[in-house]
Write a new protein. Structure first.
Length: 345
């Protein structure tokens, strides 16, 4: 049996590279040779085995990593839409295909949703298997590094698409990978003015390079006052919340103009208080919850924008490392020094 190197979470306090068998694709799966895989906040939660990870239903040992690009090297007997040699990016929401949502075109929020690398082995390895439906064929001109970040990029792009930003003033709160991808997407989709907030100076600097006209650090200035001052006292037309910070979420509604749209992408670790009358009802705020990408309208638009050269996300990739240096990548991400770290097996 052929073997491969894989980064496995083996116990609550340990992750390590191990030699494991190359997986066999099931009838509806493809086997990918991984060309690039990106590190995400979720991987850090699993690595630290925090409360979220403990409650996520992950069975150890588990191969980590879910954001990836690879080449199809084998197909299951029921796979007809992909062939050996195809380049693919992975959609990580694994739908059941049978429930109400799956049948009405909302399979990305399937009622029995499974997640790649949470409920299955992931892609920090030389090879990985994914169901055909989640292996999105991409053109060769999209690089493997960009292919590996299409999953988080798609989430950000969708939040911007659904918020209708053309000609609008957009505030993006949080400039991690998701927020930075939202800044770039808002710029591409015609936002007239983009304000971006973060408490990290290096991330704000990248936001400026990716299209933000005004960066603001809530540690140095009151973000609500700053946004009101920038918008003639009205507030932003659109807020994309990509920090998950409870304070930032509460402030997002105060930064929003009456009748504006808020896309909530960030995931707070605890319930939070919101004065619904003031924040939502009297303001007529339109709240848009975003969980991943639509399958496959978001993917199609994202691919078109990347191929046309209109969407450039490379500044968000701050580090590319061989998988053997995974510890360094995790440490960089945990220290907040890195933005998007990509591993090449
Ligand atoms: N809805 C989805 O489908 C989906 C998918 C992926 C990630 N997420 C969530 O989106 C959020 C962003 O993801 P990420 O990978 O970019 O995470 P990240 O942790 O790298 O980025 C969050 C950023 O917010 C900044 N921040 C913290 N407090 C802030 C404040 N008060 N104001 C402004 N910025 C502040 C941090 O400095 C950091 O740069 C996370 O909460 C993540 O869990 C949601
Ligand atoms: Zn992710
Ligand atoms: Zn379903």
């Amino acid at each position: 049996m052929q073997r491969m190197r894989a980064l496995r979470k083996t116990s609550p306090d340990k992750a390590e590279i191990q030699q494991v068998p190359v997986p066999e694709p099931a009838a509806d799966q493809v086997l990918l040779q991984v060309s690039a895989a990106a590190l995400c906040g979720t991987d850090l939660h699993i690595y630290r085995w925090n409360a979220w990870a403990r409650g996520a239903g992950i069975q150890l040992p588990r191969i980590m990593g879910h954001e990836c690009c690879g080449e199809v090297v084998a197909v299951g007997e029921n796979v007809f839409g992909l062939a050996i040699g195809d380049k693919v990016a992975v959609e990580t929401h694994l739908p059941c295909g049978q429930c109400l949502q799956c049948r009405i075109g909302e399979q990305h929020i399937c009622n029995n949703l499974k997640l790649f690398s949470i409920h299955t082995d992931g892609c920090f390895a030389e090879y990985t298997t994914v169901p055909e439906i989640c292996a999105r064929k991409i053109p060769q001109e999209i690089s493997s590094r960009v292919g590996a970040i299409m999953e988080p990029l798609g989430t950000a792009l969708r939040s911007v698409l659904e918020s209708k930003v053309a000609g609008a003033t957009v505030l993006v709160t949080g400039c991690g990978p998701i927020g930075l991808f939202a800044v770039a997407s808002a710029s591409t989709l015609g936002a007239s003015r983009i304000l971006a907030s973060d408490v990290s100076a290096p991330r704000l600097e990248i936001a400026g390079r990716m299209g933000a006209h005004r960066i603001l650090d809530p540690g140095r200035e009151d973000p609500v006052e700053a946004v009101l001052a920038e918008t003639g006292g009205y507030g932003a037309d659109v807020v994309i919340e990509a920090s998950g910070s409870i304070t930032a979420i509460q402030q997002a509604f105060r930064c929003l103009r009456k009748g504006g749209r808020v896309a909530l992408v960030g995931l707070p670790s605890m319930p939070l208080e919101l004065e619904i009358g003031k924040a939502v009802v009297f303001k007529e705020a339109k709240i848009i919850g975003i969980h991943g990408r639509t399958m496959f309208d978001t993917w199609t638009r994202m691919e078109n924008l990347l191929v046309s050269g209109k969407l450039d996300v490379l500044p968000a990739i701050t580090h590319v490392l061989p998988l053997d240096r995974w510890q360094e990548g995790f440490d960089l991400a945990l220290s907040g020094t890195a933005c998007k770290v990509v591993f090449e097996p």
